[in-house]
Design a binder for this molecule. Structure first.
Ligand SMILES: C[S@@+](CC[C@H](N)C(=O)[O-])C[C@H]1O[C@@H](n2cnc3c(N)ncnc32)[C@H](O)[C@@H]1O
Length: 242
């Protein structure tokens, strides 16, 4: 059963104050790179897994998608998504991705941003996603990078008040990590890069692009506050095709 931490009072308050929650896609440092992996979405049927506040759903509709379905397990995230959405092409439903069944051959694009590292069982979902895509359909997603999720006690190494390194341990030990992010005891699942890639290959997907996201020099000039993120890849971005 999922932890559904996004419905926790303290976590939700903290998450609501993050730049990506206030400014949407423009406040997500990896969005430009993820955006580059998304094919033309005009007249397309799109599924957003773990849609959160629905920023991507609204972006997709504004950019010509025919229909967008956003799925999330958090009532609070979905309530905020519904409040911010006035578009008949977008629908939201509440469901747990750990036990989701999807319609066969329905979607041109399945998208998911920063959700899969919360899931214990990704194999079942991968199969559902593959089955729900039309032949040639695209699957684009991001997760916290395996080098970021690996440490048993995730903690920056600090020197002179500055974050200087992200020590990595237990890389091969897959499974839950308890982190204190926004509130104590947030459970994320660590997987190696091979596990992500082999899950895709074994499901039948064709890999199109992999990217370890770190801020570019240009982004750092514009956002000096992202300096810490240059020490290790924060996100893994993946594009695959059915
Ligand atoms: C980091 S937020 C990302 C939200 C959105 N995709 C974005 O990028 O703005 C993670 C989202 O995944 C959802 N989530 C986590 N575990 C889930 C599960 N088992 N089933 C459905 N949604 C889940 C959370 O409720 C939350 O809205």
């Amino acid at each position: 059963m999922t932890q559904n931490i996004y419905d926790d009072d303290q976590f939700f308050k903290g998450y609501s104050q993050l730049p990506r929650s206030i400014h949407g896609l423009a406040g997500a440092p990896e969005w430009a790179s993820l955006r580059a992996l998304i094919p033309d979405i005009k007249q397309q049927n799109i599924l957003d897994l773990g849609c959160g506040f629905g920023w991507f759903c609204r972006w997709a509709a504004e950019n010509g998608a025919e229909h967008v379905l956003g799925i999330d397990v958090s009532e609070r995230m979905l309530a905020r998504a519904r409040e911010m959405t006035r578009d008949g092409r977008i629908a939201y439903i509440r469901a747990d991705l750990e036990s989701l069944t999807l319609q066969t051959g329905r979607y041109d694009l399945v998208y998911s941003s920063l959700v899969f590292h919360y899931l214990e069982n990704l194999q079942l979902l991968m199969g559902e996603i593959y089955r729900s895509l039309l032949p040639g359909g695209a699957f684009v997603f991001s997760v916290e990078h395996p080098l970021t999720t690996a440490p048993i006690r995730p903690q920056w190494q600090v020197d002179g008040g500055r974050r200087v390194a992200w020590p990595v341990d237990s890389y091969q030990v897959e499974g839950p990590r308890s982190t204190n992010w926004l509130t104590d005891g947030v459970i994320k699942q660590h997987r190696t890069l091979e596990t992500y890639v082999n899950l895709l290959i074994d499901t039948g997907f064709r890999l199109a692009h992999l990217q370890a996201w770190l801020p570019t020099e240009e982004q750092l000039r514009e956002h000096p506050d992202w300096e810490d993120e240059k020490h290790r890849p924060t996100f893994l971005l993946v594009s695959a095709r059915r």
